[in-house]
Design a protein around this ligand. Structure first.
Ligand code: FE2
Length: 371
């Protein structure tokens, strides 16, 4: 038996499970397994089939002031252009061995685009979104349609759509990128192609063509009645998100039971062709807690990432409380209990891999305490 197999056996075999007698013949059997690239289930059952998810990813908070300062430093030292493609800095979960994975399925990065810079077009199989915490002056061109990026907006770049960015402002802009890169890498589904070196449409309209077609509440064009896998709406504007959250809390104050829990307004961004998630692999939501409110305490199969948009508060992760300010990003690995508490009115953008978990029938959740 090798040292590894001894360790596996000691740490992985379920308590009270079958334990073969340690004999020279058994040791030779295990050595032969290794020689022929085999690994028996009975020495590792507890790792392969745990009683509940035991993620390698860990909870972690990234401080916005640190992220912003390092992004700005990258802006001075690292050009943006063909090859590197994007000045995006991936958040690497400390439990995942240094890879730029914030969770086993999700990628999160801060992307920095300096004044007058242009990020060349490309396309890839992976799905992407941007969430803008501050700034103005960048347009992302998605399949030839320029989409304005403004504070509080959620912008979509579904898989295999060409996209590039241009900053026409005199100030840099930093935003959050979310993708399903780790999931795609685990599944070996990645394809990538270069597009033009400069974005294909340099115009800067207030509304993209797709928003003019799709961006009207509860209305869809008769020319596009088929269900689409990706949302055809490329931008979910802050003015609508803010109004939806504000009205939810106002209705609650008028005595209507419309919030997720007392003082906790929450919305999901949806695909207008089917009411489902905006992307096939990523769910995007937004939370607003009234000053002093506490959310339910929950845990879910799958991983979530949050970014504080405005206000101050805290998150409790697996029983430990962390104070949060604007821009801070944190990750909730699978089956880790989380809850939010608002000091001031507290707004958070939230994305997760829930569509994957639901489609594959792995989704479970538990509300562990109620306020
Ligand atoms: Fe991209």
């Amino acid at each position: 038996m090798t040292d590894n197999q001894k360790t596996d056996k000691a740490t992985s075999a379920p308590h009270g499970s079958m334990q073969p007698e340690d004999t020279p013949a058994l040791r030779k059997l295990y050595a032969d397994f290794q020689k022929h690239h085999l690994n028996p289930l009975w020495t590792q059952t507890a790792n392969l089939m745990p009683p509940h998810p035991k993620p390698e990813a860990v909870t972690h908070i990234w401080d916005w002031s640190t992220l912003y300062a390092l992004a700005a430093q990258s802006g001075e030292l690292v050009p943006v252009g063909r090859g590197g493609e994007r000045r995006a800095i991936g958040l690497a979960n400390p439990g995942l061995g240094g890879r730029a994975y914030i969770s086993p399925t999700l990628w999160a990065a801060v992307q920095y685009l300096g004044p007058q810079e242009n990020a060349p077009e490309h396309r890839h199989a992976q799905n992407a979104f941007r969430f803008v915490i501050e700034g103005e002056g960048v347009w992302t061109v998605v399949d030839g349609d320029p989409v304005r990026m403004s504070r509080g907006d959620l912008l979509l770049t579904p898989g295999w759509k060409f996209h590039g960015h241009q900053n026409i402002a005199t100030e840099p802009m930093v935003w959050l990128d979310g993708l399903d890169i780790p999931f795609g890498q685990q599944m070996d589904v990645g394809f990538f192609e270069f597009g033009p070196d400069v974005v294909s449409d340099l115009s800067t309209p207030d509304l993209s063509r797709a928003e003019r077609l799709w961006g009207h509440p509860g209305i869809r064009p008769l020319s596009a009645l088929d269900e689409q896998m990706n949302s055809p709406l490329p931008a979910y504007r802050w003015v609508h998100t803010d109004a939806a959250l504000r009205q939810q809390l106002a209705l609650e104050a008028e005595g209507h039971n419309v919030t997720q829990s007392p003082g906790h307004a929450a919305i999901r961004f949806v695909n207008p062709t089917n009411g489902g998630d905006v992307l096939p692999t990523i769910r995007c939501q937004f939370h607003r807690l009234r000053q002093g409110a506490t959310s339910q305490s929950r845990r879910e199969v799958g991983s979530s990432v949050f970014q504080v948009f405005q206000g101050t508060g805290s998150v409790k992760l697996a029983g430990k409380r962390y104070t949060l300010r604007k821009g801070d990003i944190f990750v909730v690995p699978s089956w880790i209990e989380w809850s939010l508490e608002a000091i001031s009115e507290f707004d958070l953008f939230h994305f997760s891999d829930a569509p994957i978990m639901e489609k594959l029938n792995f989704a479970r959740h538990e509300i562990t305490t109620k306020t």
